[in-house]
Design a protein around this ligand. Structure first.
Ligand SMILES: [Zn+2]
Length: 194
């Protein structure tokens, strides 16, 4: 995605359907005392809240505030306040055009989507203080609002999962995600995605 050439942006009335990957992480629901599963982004761990539209933020702004001596070029170019996503920035909610491009992307990052992973950090907000097994989830995602189209996919202003596929033999995770996000959720055990 980083090498994608930038095409003119579109403002989409109708959602565009694209492909994404997430991590399903266990969180303790303090009201019911149950463990529920939530989606978060694989790279920046952005939390995708259930039944709430995710709106893109500009991480160039965040990182420039954190390291003011090392501001990103994009901040100099377009300033702190800009439409997210902006054609000269790298912000926005990323999604790839096809399922094949999605799996190629993660294979290229030496990540095996079918391999369960373990949450190691105990200090992240909402995550239980033990080592909790999570799993990788992929699926289609609805994108709308301002959308920048690249060679392999999109950067969007708004997004919400369209359907989910859990890459683990764990019905609790699938049932919890379906109940939380109110979208079709299934389990896929085969590793033959390609
Ligand atoms: Zn930006």
């Amino acid at each position: 995605m980083s090498k994608s050439k930038v095409l003119p942006h579109v403002v989409s009335e109708e959602p565009i359907i694209a492909w994404r990957m997430w991590q399903a992480v266990a969180v303790l629901n303090l009201f019911s005392d149950d463990i529920v599963y939530r989606l978060r982004a694989v790279s920046k761990h952005t939390e995708w809240k259930p039944r709430i539209t995710l709106k893109a933020d500009c991480f160039a702004l965040v990182s420039s505030l954190a390291k003011s001596s090392n501001r990103q070029v994009s901040v100099h170019l377009i300033g702190f306040k800009h439409q997210v996503p902006d054609i000269y920035c790298r912000c926005g909610i990323y999604a790839l055009r096809t399922k094949e491009k999605l799996f190629n992307y993660f294979t290229g990052m030496k990540m095996d989507p079918a391999k369960p992973w373990t949450v190691v950090s105990a200090n992240e907000r909402g995550i239980l203080p033990d080592r909790i097994m999570g799993c990788t989830v992929f699926g289609q995602v609805s994108l709308w609002g301002e959308i920048i189209e690249g060679e392999d996919g999109y950067r969007a202003e708004y997004a919400y999962p369209y359907d989910l596929t859990v890459l683990a033999d764990d019905r609790r995770i699938a049932d919890s995600l379906r109940e939380q996000y109110q979208v079709d959720t299934r389990i896929e055990l085969s590793q033959a995605h390609h």
